[in-house]
Write a protein that binds this ligand. Structure first.
Ligand code: PLP
Length: 400
């Protein structure tokens, strides 16, 4: 098919040309005296993105899922209890991993489309007077439903009950796109990956670990861990090296993407994501007269919108039509919301006119599938939104 594929799945996201070019490098000796400078640039740059001066970022050759496993295996012991809310496919997969690794899992079941239930977290923690819960897990941005949760609120619930559990946060689809604060929120492990807000290919597990979590690893944790051992990684990283062969091109790419984020300014990056998301929601709600899956505005995600199609329509047909006819990749509905939603990713290296491709293409695909949508209605609503909010547009990237 001629022209570029419109890639609007919520990861992998579009990789800026600058980052692509930075990754075209000859292989080199990862034990050379030159190599540590690259490691240090990446890890120092990540501290700014995690908003931490006290925690330790690590890069594992894995996807984000590997960092979930790293968090659980490094900090806990067999049979430990974890507290976790399930409100979408990614929080579900985290619960599933906890079961499969042999932990006792207390699940706060929520409707898909809701965010982290702060009162129920607090009640569960208050009830746990014996402090059997060793870790509290929360998915900051549930990518399946387009729901952002209040991580600071979860921390407040923990503090209000004086509960000493560790706080693990999945920020795979929020880091570097939606404000995340490792130190302010006293997060113990933040789990992320390279292929979403960091504008990179998949392949780097990007994580950050507090002193308290490292202390747990050293003193109390008995879960077996080897490949993902924080201590091995920390010992090597201290001198700029890795315990095994790192994916060199990805490190060069990450250094470039971190430079781009710093040039734009992290706060401007967040503002741009909020502004772009506002235009997409205007298209969905005002233009098409549809709803997003997130049940309340407080949970609207600035990185992904799950568009609920009218009952009786199969969203998978819209996605298929968009791809085959218009070379447009929309995100599928996963698990419980399969067929009910399609998703538009609006994160990473993105601007208004790129999103016009997604909105215009989704609109045509829906009309082709028989939905009663007025041609141009979503595009017009997005135009009106973005033209009316120019002051918030600061930092729109050139992407070159
Ligand atoms: C993408 C995603 C994951 C999975 O990450 P992988 O890099 O595919 O392993 C986990 N959680 C959330 C919230 C995600 O968006």
């Amino acid at each position: 098919m001629a022209g570029r594929n419109g890639l609007f799945v919520p990861g992998p996201t579009n990789v800026p040309d600058r980052v692509l070019r930075a990754m075209v490098v000859p292989m080199e000796d990862h034990r050379s005296p030159r190599f540590p400078a690259l490691t240090r640039d990446c890890l120092e740059g990540l501290k700014a993105v995690f908003k931490t001066s006290t925690a330790t970022p690590f890069l594992f050759p894995s996807s984000g899922t590997g960092c979930w496993e790293a968090a659980l295996s490094n900090c806990l012991s067999p049979g430990d209890m974890v507290l976790v809310a399930r409100f979408g496919q990614f929080s579900h997969l985290w619960v599933d991993m906890c079961h499969r690794l042999g932990f006792e899992v207390q699940v706060l079941e929520c409707e898909w489309g809701e965010g982290a239930p702060l009162e129920r977290y607090e009640a569960a923690l208050a009830a746990d007077t014996a402090h059997r819960i060793k870790a509290v897990l929360v998915t900051h941005n549930e990518t399946a439903t387009g729901v952002t949760s209040d991580v600071a609120g979860v921390r407040r619930a923990m503090d209000a009950t004086g509960h000493p559990a560790l706080l693990f946060v999945d920020a795979v689809s929020s880091l570097a796109s939606i404000d995340f604060r490792m130190d302010d929120w006293k997060v113990d492990v933040c789990v992320s990956g390279s292929q979403k807000g960091l504008m990179m290919p998949a392949g780097l597990g990007v994580t950050c670990v507090s002193e308290k979590a490292l202390e747990a690893r050293r003193r109390t944790a008995r879960q077996p861990v080897c490949y993902f051992d924080y201590i091995d990684m920390q010992n090597q990283n201290r001198n700029g090296y890795f315990p095994y062969t790192p994916p060199l091109p990805l490190l060069y790419g990450l250094r470039e993407s971190l430079a781009m984020l710093a040039e734009e300014g992290l706060e401007n990056v967040f503002r741009r994501h909020a502004y772009l998301a506002g235009g997409v929601r205007a298209a969905v709600q005002q233009g098409w007269g549809l709803e997003v899956c997130a049940k309340q505005p407080q949970w609207y995600s600035d990185t992904v919108s799950a568009v609920v199609v009218p009952a009786g329509t199969d969203a998978a047909r819209v996605i298929d039509r968009a791809f085959r006819r218009y070379n447009l990749s929309l995100g599928a509905g996963l698990s419980k919301v399969a067929g009910k939603v399609f998703r538009i990713g609006h994160l990473g290296d993105c601007n208004e006119l790129m999103l016009m491709q997604a909105i215009g293409g989704a609109e045509m695909a829906m009309i082709d599938c028989g939905l009663p949508i007025e041609p141009g209605s979503g595009v017009a609503a997005a135009q009106r939104h973005w033209r009316a909010h120019e002051a918030e547009a600061s930092g729109t990237t050139g992407g070159m």
